[in-house]
Design a protein around this ligand. Structure first.
Ligand code: PLP
Length: 439
């Protein structure tokens, strides 16, 4: 009998009792390869001694001091590091406790920016279908996953959703990547014009779409066009890299691979690697300057912003990634994972698409490969795969298809950056077993 309100009320969950490297252990001593890092969180794996030591040191020094009275050396050091490594124009970091809080803060920064510069009529948010930006009300309103939003719709601020850039589902036969990039970016400009550019505040997008569609990267040139359209109409570009960022795609920020710098960027998950709950908004100089020369205040805040323990864990995680050159490993192991998935599932009758970047890969499952018809959602294929994978000692992140049928069930893989060839082989092997049992 549990007194925790678990998400699945009647699910009987194994008890996680430990973790070492890429494996988690349950209280029966069973090991599971953590091939999704939870939800793309555990980028360094489990029990990393350097991160644990840094957390001990911080606990011995200072666990908490409220930010209306103090800053702390560790939060300052983390901000220095993130800004030094950030895309062009980013000048400051704002630390929160997770991804949803980061999105809420980014939306409020965007709104306050336009109030400060005398354009208070800018309030419209444009985002994309098949996206996820978190579960708090502002983040849920921004996300385009109808299944999550449906019952809460009366509570959600108005947001305008356009089609994502999702080649497997929306690129037409014979359409070049260049033409598709232009067409899908044009959907943003059309929406801005329809709403009236002077009313539009921000466009919000995941650089590489994570949980809702399964590691969908944009086609080349899409984000560059999006950036130009935002600039043309004075709209802020908010890139959500909560899931795909902090090295997961092989570079620190996924948008670097697209040659684009946002006005605001949200990060979380891999920032602290699960050792502490932490997220951040990285904001550009123009937004900071508008606050600094305007009201001199960001009208927002939570009790645990800049939490020293969380910042210490994140700083240690980021130092280990740089010291051990783990982004090189993400690139190498990502290429190997893509190859192995292709070899093993490329001809599978129910694997429609294998896609992603770095150690962030998605496998989309379909009833019929030629028509791309998704499985009937009632079949709950994703849940069967998750169960079968766990029975085979593997943790993956499967999700159901969207209710409008725009994409099918998929499996998201986001193994730790420390994975080696043997780990990747074992992941692909165990996933194959899970597919055999689940279909
Ligand atoms: N944004 C993206 C892209 C995410 O994938 C998530 C979580 O999965 C969030 C925001 C919300 O983050 P959190 O669950 O830490 O609130």
């Amino acid at each position: 009998m549990t007194h925790i309100l678990h998400r699945q009320i009647n699910a009987v969950l194994p008890v996680a009792s430990g973790g070492k490297g890429i494996e988690l252990l349950d209280s029966n001593g069973r090991g599971y390869i953590d091939a999704s890092g939870g939800a793309a969180v555990s980028c360094l794996g489990h029990g990393h001694p350097d991160v644990i030591a840094a957390m001990h040191r911080q606990a011995d020094t200072l666990a908490y001091a409220h930010t209306s009275f103090f800053t702390s050396d560790v939060a300052e050091a983390l901000a220095d590091r993130l800004v030094a490594d950030a895309p062009a124009g980013i000048s400051h970091a704002y630390f929160v406790s997770g991804g949803s809080e980061a999105i809420e803060a980014a939306l409020k920064m965007a709104r306050q920016y336009f109030v400060e510069i005398g354009q208070p009529q800018r309030r419209n948010i444009i985002a994309r279908k098949q996206s996820y930006h978190g579960n708090t009300l502002g983040a849920l309103a921004t996300g385009g996953n109808e299944w999550r939003r449906a019952q809460f719709r009366p509570l959600l601020i108005e947001t305008h959703h356009i089609d994502p850039c999702f080649a497997y589902r929306f690129q037409e036969a014979g359409e070049t990547d260049e033409d598709y990039a232009a067409r899908s970016a044009q959907a943003l400009e059309d929406k801005i014009i329809e709403l009236g550019p002077e009313t539009v505040m921000a466009f919000v997008a995941e650089t590489v779409v994570g949980a809702t569609a399964g590691a969908v990267p944009p086609v080349a040139d899409y984000l560059r066009r999006v950036r130009q359209i935002c600039d043309r109409h004075g709209v802020l570009l908010i890139l959500d890299e909560v899931m795909c960022g902090m090295g997961r795609t092989g570079m620190l920020h996924a948008c670097e691979q697209d040659g684009v710098a946002p006005d605001l960027m949200t990060i979380a998950k891999g920032l602290g690697g699960g050792y502490q709950p932490i997220g951040a908004v990285l904001l550009s100089r123009k937004i900071f300057d508008a606050f600094a020369s305007g009201s001199g205040l960001f009208q927002h805040g939570h009790t645990y912003i800049c939490h020293p323990m969380a910042c210490a864990a994140a700083l240690a995680v980021q130092e280990v990634i740089a010291r051990d050159k783990l982004l090189d490993n993400v690139k190498a192991m990502g290429a190997y994972l893509a190859r192995r998935l292709g070899e093993r599932f490329g001809n599978h009758p129910h694997v429609g698409d294998i896609r992603g970047r770095g150690l962030f890969m998605g496998v989309e499952l379909v009833e019929d490969r030629s028509s791309k018809q998704p499985f009937d959602p009632k079949r709950k294929l994703h849940a069967r795969i998750k169960k079968a994978a766990m029975a085979n000692g593997l943790l993956v992140y499967p999700m159901g298809g969207t209710i409008d049928g725009a994409n099918g069930d998929h499996v998201l893989l986001a193994p730790p950056f420390i994975s080696d060839l043997a780990a990747i082989d074992a992941i692909v092997e165990r996933l194959g077993e899970a597919f055999n049992q689940a279909f």
